[in-house]
Design a protein around this ligand. Sequence first.
Ligand SMILES: Nc1ncnc2c1ncn2[C@@H]1O[C@H](COP(=O)(O)OP(=O)(O)OP(=O)(O)O)[C@@H](O)[C@H]1O
Length: 304
Amino acid sequence: MKVEVHGLTLTYGDAVAVSDLDLTVDEGESLVLLGQSGCGKTSTMRCIAGLETPTSGVISIGGRPVFDSGSGVNRAPNKRNIGMVFQSYAIWPHMTVFENVAFPLRMKGRKGAEIRAAVRETLELVGLDHLADRGASLLSGGQMQRVALARSLAMQPSVLLLDEPLSNLDARLRHRLRMELRELQLRLGVTSMYVTHDQDEALALADRIALMQSGRIVQIGTPPEIYAQPGSASIAEFLGVDNIIPVTREDGSCVRLTATGQKVAVEPYAEGGDLRLCVRAEDVVLGPESTEAVSYRHLKKKKR
Ligand SMILES: Nc1ncnc2c1ncn2[C@@H]1O[C@H](COP(=O)(O)OP(=O)(O)OP(=O)(O)O)[C@@H](O)[C@H]1O
């Protein structure tokens, strides 16, 4: 279901964790909240899940408000039909894999045969059907996260919230599970929000990425848009662009390198504000030196 957030603000005393945030996640979309530690990603998710009471704002799921500071609507977390998977595995070690997935269904009053079918189906989805009877404490980290995911999916949530679910896993497993998660999300078409500070993870998992800084969304776009056109120098820096070069504006389609005075043709840019030229290493093409081209050798000579 579609998630709509309007004017969401969350303060802890004087500290503003989320500031007047607007966001829409379309039905079936995978939206990744990306930003550095402390920018407000988890707080935003916790507000949507109902685990935190916002200071102000409106949150709707499937067109119905689950929180509205104006009218006082504030649905309990278990009445929002949201599935959640966190960084900490949050599964019950004393139960089997099967029981871990079955437990919330039982709490919802589902009956035996229905529960068995739902658990088998979701364990199969996450590739754990062969471990149904194993004690959860005997699982690896990756398997525990699959159980947590299966437990959320078995409830057929309207929205799936995933908060850094892979960050406790080693790099290789993280990479594999990331691909599996994306494949699963596309197959099930479940509306998903995923929190991470890892840009590779964001690029791999997102239909759209919402970049957060200081409690606000500063840029939102598809992975290719965010990768190719970071909205500011600080976003480019966060995204790992190594070459951020000061330039002065020339006209709408050219800039002049501050260090060398060279003129460089660039994509059309808007008026106003300081400009920086961001160059990704893979976009550099070597060719014969000319007055038109930017020459690395030339830049180096001038700098000395
Ligand atoms: N319970 C709390 N009490 C006071 N301040 C808090 C609380 N929870 C979060 N904050 C503050 O709110 C801001 C946003 O925190 P949040 O956990 O949402 O960031 P984040 O982007 O998810 O960070 P991380 O990636 O490290 O989890 C931070 O400055 C944090 O210190």
